[in-house]
Design a protein around this ligand. Structure first.
Ligand code: SME
Length: 150
């Protein structure tokens, strides 16, 4: 599954003509490939206000959190630190920003280019501890590929 997924992802990235459309297809591919994903989306640093993240393409239920200040929530913390954050139980995480009461666990992977964090991939699951080291490694590799179209 790993190699096929990365191959398909490289294909989407290399054929991308419209960034937004390509990123939405990437979200769909992740949703179909990685078990227990219930919301997959991107947040990007606002070029006009680098203290805030802005919601990008996503698949899943609409969220009211279209802007997240750097340092706030799991998304804001991951973007600020530049490190992947995996939360097995969001209810136990101080600062967690709830999008849906059904969400139980979350992983956020920053996307960097030339040493600068540009945004992140955010995945929510309705299953506790849905993501582990295997998913983390795969998604970090995926985010390096995705960075090519940013
Ligand atoms: N849960 C995130 C907010 C974004 S939604 O999951 C789409 C957070 O705590 O930053």
């Amino acid at each position: 599954m790993r190699e096929e997924f990365l191959e398909e992802l490289r294909g989407l990235v290399s054929e991308a003509t419209d960034q937004e459309g390509a990123l939405r297809l990437v979200c769909q591919l992740i949703m179909e490939t990685i078990p227990n994903c219930d919301w997959v989306g991107f947040y990007f640093l606002d070029p006009d206000n680098e203290e805030e993240l802005v919601l990008g393409p996503y698949v899943g239920e609409p969220t009211e959190h279209e802007r997240i200040p750097l340092g706030s929530g799991i998304c804001g913390m991951a973007a600020e630190s530049g490190e992947t954050l995996m939360v097995d139980d969001v209810q136990a995480e101080p600062g967690y920003i709830a999008c849906s009461p059904d969400v139980k666990s979350e992983i956020v992977i920053p996307i960097s280019k030339d040493g600068q964090v540009l945004g992140e991939l955010d995945i929510d699951s309705h299953t506790l501890a849905a993501f582990g080291d295997e998913e983390r490694e795969l998604l970090e590799e995926a985010c390096e590929i995705i960075a090519e179209i940013l």
